[in-house]
Design a protein around this ligand. Sequence first.
Ligand code: TRP
Length: 349
Amino acid sequence: MPNENSYEVALQKSNAIREGLTKTPEKFTMLTGDRPTGRLHLGHYFGTLKGRVELQNMGAKTNVLIADYQVITDRDTTEHIQDNVYNMVMDYLACGIDPDKTMIYAHSAVPAANQLMLPFLSLVSEAELARNPTVKVEMEASGHELTGLLLTYPVHQACDILFCKGNVVPVGRDQLPHIELTRTIARRFNNRYGKVFPEVEALLSETPLLPGLDGRKMSKSYGNAINISMTAEETAKRIKKSQTDSERMITFDPENRPGVSGLLSTAAICTGRSEVEIAEEIGMGGSGQLKKYVTEAVNEYFAPIRERRQRYENDLDYVKDVLHEGNRRANEIAEQTLAEVQDAMGMVY
Ligand code: TRP
């Protein structure tokens, strides 16, 4: 029998949920979130934001978390955090997240959700925490020592998901170990104290991971990402600077031509065409013509989103109101869940 926690089983379950969502969206509570370490980029947009908006508009209960406490898992500063959080709200709104339908809130504003961390920590062993492969990768990538928070943040992420009784979490493959741990915590809590929490499943993205402009993993630190918030001119400049190669004929070959192929993938996702089709059309036009095509494709796709974003940039009061209202609703839900937890544990005085 396949392991419950294998990728294949996760994918099967994810497909079943996708089907369930079309039939009975009201049975699903989605929660997902982002670390506010900078601006959201095209990888975020096509990998997850677009899907969140679809779930929202299908009628699932949707919750989006700005994971500010996760910023300090592997760094020593909260510099720019307020600016990053407000800008994240702007990115969400511009991309179509509707605050009347989706609760947008920040970790640090919801004390009762954070308090779930105490009982949840008692339900996992040090060994289980230590073998989480994603935590290991993050520790190595950060060049930082393993902080207590980095080791235990997957438990904190279980608090994120379970405080609102989330049962579907749209995530990338790297987050699967955290979903597994959330499921384990929910089961152990329910077994020990009585049923409070639901079964949680991951919803895996259907779009393949969009590489950066140079073909490497898209990352702010590589300078190979286009942010949603960039202007058309900034976008053009970034694409112009991206590395291609000396071969004139444009072909799609991610292995041997990462730069050219990264550009083709960016154009493909924005136009809905295939990389090969675009490559054939440009042919001997070379990288100059390719870059022109990519720039137009990105700027055309994001023009309405960026126009909306501009309006929010000019109305910071509204952006703050959205977040405050989300925080208020999140607190209501968290206090309710914490009361159920304390009741189940007999901690009622
Ligand atoms: N760990 C996620 C990331 O790095 C962000 C996140 C925080 C999250 N809490 C979550 C995602 C809860 C899904 C569910 O992108």
